[in-house]
Design a protein around this ligand. Structure first.
Ligand code: 57M
Length: 358
């Protein structure tokens, strides 16, 4: 709003600059998060929105009475900052908001069933997955109909890209739904998911700025996406809201983000990566999300394969996702989280280095 009011109408040039608006979107989201948290915490406790404990939880991991749905705080802070500091007439900003609110609503229903109706399994997996597919398909079809580029680009190899054509739609759905579930699976230790969300958002913020800048994108041989620069401000708002949440989710967590947070943040990261044509950069910067998800897939298939072949299922990891494997090895929770953050920072730096290596 401020962009339209103070720049488009009143002509105050300062509010035109993406860098200026990104800094203040991050600060706005952060302060809204800090300011609203006490109110949210009281509300979540009054509403008894406490995390339900699943049976197969490792003993040292059964956390009682921690309020969940802290993702509502993240989404409120993030959305307010975007509405204030973004050009909300920008198509990409509207798509980002649709993704956050759509997947957030899905996560809210799942969390509500678990926390309020005391059904630990939440929404039936099929219903949850189908809703994710529908939401992602709406975004994919909208982009395709709007004539959005269906080219697929790769890091390093500047001349290697090809047109997906109609296959862009399933590809886009795969990226958005995959990212959403990857963050959801990762969110199993205090601070474990929100840390990589921050580092990955930072990488996407830099790439969004370049993608929306004609001179910079051509100088760095990156796809030029007119208008994508607004996603820089969105990423900054994600970082601000996530930092505020991390203040309370750091070990020992006072609140969990819930599916309302993990599904929406994951889908948003996937959507932004898709919009700036940097899906592989997302996979590199979001390596923690990728490895956590692959650990579950590998564990499940190996278990099924060995059960069929030897009559009894065997595991690759002591438990999947990977963070539970390290717990079973005796690592303390904060140590696992911080080490996963360090890996995220390393791969964020590698992803950023690919701006120049082309
Ligand atoms: C998302 N949810 C956490 C919290 C958070 C297919 C399989 C991989 C599914 C997976 C699963 O259940 N995934 C659901 C992970 C849960 O966190 C809640 O969920 C929200 C995120 N969606 O915001 O509200 C628990 O995680 C802990 N937690 C923290 N701090 C945080 O900041 O301590 C979360 C956030 C919370 C809390 O204890 O209750 C979760 O882990 O369920 N299933 C699994 O991950 C299970 N793995 C498994 O079954 N492995 C099998 C097969 C399927 C691969 C195997 O290894 O053979 C593990 N889930 C749990 N414990 N809970 C097993 C151990």
């Amino acid at each position: 709003m401020l962009y339209i009011l103070l720049y488009s109408i009143l002509g105050i040039i300062l509010f035109k600059y993406i860098t200026f608006r990104s800094i203040y979107a991050a600060l706005t989201a952060m302060f809204i998060g800090f300011f609203l948290y006490p109110l949210f915490e009281r509300k979540l406790k009054d509403l008894q929105f406490k995390q339900t404990i699943k049976e197969y939880m490792p003993e040292n991991h059964k956390k009682k009475n921690v309020p969940t749905m802290g993702g509502l705080l993240i989404i409120t802070a993030l959305t307010t900052a975007v509405l204030l500091w973004n050009n909300i007439l920008n198509l990409y900003v509207l798509i980002a908001l649709f993704t956050v609110l759509g997947f957030g609503a899905l996560g809210f229903v799942d969390d509500y069933i678990k926390a309020k109706l005391k059904k630990p399994e939440g929404l039936p997996e099929k219903v949850k997955f189908l809703t994710q597919l529908i939401l992602a398909t709406v975004v994919a079809v909208l982009l395709y109909k709007e004539g959005f580029s269906t080219e697929l680009y790769f890091p390093v190899f500047k001349n290697l890209h090809f047109n997906l054509g109609l296959l862009f739609i399933p590809w886009a759905v795969f990226i958005i739904v995959g990212s959403s579930n990857a963050v959801n699976i990762t969110d199993g230790l205090d601070g474990l998911a929100i840390g990589p969300v921050i580092t990955t958002s930072f990488v996407l913020m830099v790439f969004s700025y370049v993608a929306g800048n004609y001179k910079l994108s051509h100088y760095l041989n990156l796809p030029y996406i007119p208008g994508a620069g607004e996603l820089t401000v969105v990423c900054a708002a994600v970082i601000g809201a996530s930092l505020a949440f991390l203040w309370f989710n750091a070990y020992p967590a006072e609140v969990f983000m819930g599916d309302v947070g993990s599904l929406s943040l994951g889908a948003l990261l996937g959507t932004i990566a898709l919009l700036i044509k940097e899906e592989f950069i997302l996979a590199i910067a979001g390596i923690v999300f990728v490895v956590e998800t692959l650990s579950v897939i590998a564990q499940r298939y190996y278990f099924k394969y060995t059960k069929k072949k030897f009559g009894e299922g065997r595991r690759i990891f002591k438990m999947a996702p990977l963070h539970h494997h390290f717990e079973k090895l005796g690592w303390q929770e904060p140590k696992i989280t911080v080490r996963f953050w360090i890996i995220s920072i390393i791969f964020a730096l590698i992803a950023l280095s690919l701006l120049k290596i082309r």
